[in-house]
Design a binder for this molecule. Structure first.
Ligand code: DGL
Length: 243
């Protein structure tokens, strides 16, 4: 099964990484539209333009399905998208999991757009939800500013530790790469929920041809280093410029 994965940058690589761990023999096509990143503060019209362009690209590459591995698109304009192949929102499996669990005091960490949207408020039943926009995380991750990131993580975790909280949702796929650091700074009893892990649990793949290809709309040294950190040495050999 050829699966297309879309995000504003490296965030959706968390899904690709998770999928490749479970289904190494599948074929993956990744598109990170990093020339337009971050999506967290873009208008609805801009997000629609980028998402439609990604759909056209994946259709032309004849994928069997498309996953929007982007919390921002999934919480805002996903309902307005149409394609000739099935399309999936990264958020649905996480919502299902949270609605089935005992824990009740949630904190959502996400982009400005996701926090402003009412998606989580509408879809989560009987749960208390506090939403926090962590606008600095995505640019710092893309630029590999590790020290500044550490400081930002500490700041948010300190705030969460003072709240009544049993579950933290990493509502942006970029934040997957911060999961271990975030857990280090949170009280140990707090569960941290990751969008990519939840998605792979409920969307199995029928493996066919092996391999992955990466397209990004802007390629620089930081991107290459990020890709090697996430997907391993030599993975940049699969990298192409989208234009
Ligand atoms: N990784 C995306 C998300 O899940 C987009 C983040 C951004 O570009 O602001 O929201």
């Amino acid at each position: 099964m050829k699966i297309g994965i879309f995000d504003s940058g490296i965030g959706g690589l968390s899904l690709l990484k998770e999928y490749r761990k479970e289904y190494p023999k599948n074929e993956y096509l990744y598109f990170g539209d990093n020339i337009h990143a971050p999506f967290g503060e873009k208008t609805k019209e801009e997000l629609l333009t980028y998402a439609k362009r990604a759909i056209a690209f994946f259709e032309q590459k004849q994928v069997d399905k498309i996953v929007f591995a982007c919390g921002t698109i999934s919480s805002t304009i996903f309902g307005e998208l149409k394609a000739s192949v099935p399309i999936f929102s990264i958020l649905e499996p996480t919502i299902q999991k949270l609605n089935q669990q005992e824990k009740k005091n949630l904190v959502l960490l996400a982009t400005e757009n996701t926090v402003k949207s009412t998606y989580f408020d509408q879809h989560l039943s009987f749960l208390s939800l506090q939403k926090i926009a962590c606008s600095s995380f995505v640019p710092l991750l893309e630029k590999r500013e590790k020290e500044n990131l550490e400081q930002e993580i500490q700041k948010y975790c300190l705030k969460i530790n003072q709240e009544k909280c049993d579950t933290v949702i990493l509502g942006c796929t970029h934040y997957s790469f911060l999961k271990e650091k975030i857990k280090e700074h949170l009280k140990p009893e707090i569960e941290v929920v990751d969008l990519a892990e939840e998605f792979v649990k409920v969307h199995p793949l029928q493996e066919s041809k092996e391999g992955f290809t990466l397209y990004f709309s802007k390629i620089n040294q930081e991107l290459k280093e990020n890709i090697e950190d996430i997907l391993g040495e030599n993975s940049t050999k699969k990298l192409h410029l989208f234009d």
